[in-house]
Design a protein around this ligand. Structure first.
Ligand SMILES: [Zn+2]
Ligand SMILES: [Zn+2]
Length: 359
């Protein structure tokens, strides 16, 4: 009996040691929308990745993601001698693991062509096999016929656009046909041209990992790093909710310590992250104590200044930290605004979000 109890105890220990920990990403919701953390560009052994599909679900769970898409290359399958399967297979294998860990799994594929039009991901597919076509136009059409959302991957990839990141006439055709609605503004690195195109052409901004190896090969979690992800501002946490948000351009890209997106969303994310805890005002000074409840860091740089309000030129508000801004009031001034650029919230290439605190 004693022996049985001991083995049960050891078994229980092993099971608890194996239990996965989910590390939530603390980025606030917006009014009426949930902020979902998503990665829409991932590979497994079913194309040129090195891991089994269920491993991607474990990784997503550990990193606090809400949704992922396994986007195997349609036209590039270096393991095909060993793995002969439908293009839908990696999704099918991961599906039950995704359900059990409450990760939303979106069926996708990478249409992998030379430039133009380069590589594109089609997500919300029903049948990925239908994308196996001679002409790339037919592959895009097959995806569109299934109601897919299609975006251009890594437009500035040096293997395809070594000198300049160009927009081709083929992309205009795809855009006009409703076959291209978004662009990866970040994939490995930031593509400023893609950022500007999204603003000018009203396309959706995405940032994804494009991970091929186990994620820890690319991301050093010990140093507090995170994978590049797309923040989706969705009415509900569901696959349909994500699709609706992508169609309506409600996204931002979380890349290293930066957020990239439309100013309206970045401003609300900033305001919902920062809680003003205390304002102490005397005739000569104002002390504003802020608390940053989020995982985001904010780098503030002073812009045009009212000469009667004296405050320091820059402030870095660290995640989950308190921070006090001290303002000297000169010449009997009692009110005004403190003007900053939040330099790590990118609203345009080379331009941070303008933000003012009223005092
Ligand atoms: Zn690949
Ligand atoms: Zn690619």
């Amino acid at each position: 009996m004693k022996k049985v109890l001991v083995s049960i105890f050891i078994l229980a220990l092993c099971l608890s040691a194996q239990a996965q920990v989910r590390n939530e990403v603390h980025i606030p919701d917006l009014k009426g929308y949930q902020t979902l953390k998503c990665d829409f560009h991932i590979h497994t052994v079913f194309s040129d990745g090195t891991v089994w599909p269920t491993v991607r679900i474990d990784e997503a769970y550990r990193e606090g993601l809400d949704a992922i898409s396994l986007t195997e290359h349609i036209e590039y399958r270096p393991h095909k001698k060993d793995i002969k399967a439908s293009h839908n297979r990696s999704f099918e294998i991961a599906e039950s693991a995704a359900k059990s860990k409450n990760i939303l799994l979106i069926k996708g594929s990478e249409i992998t062509r030379s430039m133009p039009p380069g590589h594109s991901n089609a997500i919300f597919l029903k049948d990925a096999d239908a994308l196996e076509q001679e002409d790339y136009r037919d592959a895009f059409k097959a995806a569109k016929n299934q109601g897919a959302f299609i975006f251009w991957n890594h437009p500035g990839w040096d293997a395809q656009q070594p000198d300049t990141t160009l927009w081709w006439k083929e992309h205009t055709e795809l855009l006009e046909d409703g076959c291209l609605k978004g662009i990866e503004v970040v994939n490995g690195k930031y593509f400023p041209e893609a950022h500007q195109w999204c603003l000018d052409k009203k396309m959706t901004m995405l940032g994804n990992s494009d991970v091929h190896q186990p994620i820890q090969v690319n991301v050093d979690f010990g140093k507090g790093e995170h994978r590049t992800m797309t923040l989706v501002f969705a009415k509900e946490r569901s696959v349909e909710g994500i699709r609706e948000a992508l169609e309506n351009r409600r996204t931002a890209v979380y890349f290293k310590e930066n957020l990239i997106g439309e100013p309206v969303y970045l401003k609300e994310l900033f305001e919902n992250s920062i809680r003003i805890e205390n304002v102490k005002k005397t005739d000569k000074e104002v002390h504003i104590t802020l608390f940053n409840d989020s995982d985001l860091k904010f780098v503030l740089k002073k812009t045009e200044q009212n000469p009667n309000l004296q405050y320091f030129r820059d402030y870095t508000i660290q995640p989950h930290c308190k921070h006090t801004i001290v303002v000297k009031l000169l010449n009997g001034t009692t009110r005004g605004s403190l003007n900053f650029e939040v330099t790590n919230l990118w609203v345009q290439p080379g331009k941070g979000l303008a933000y003012s605190f009223a005092i």
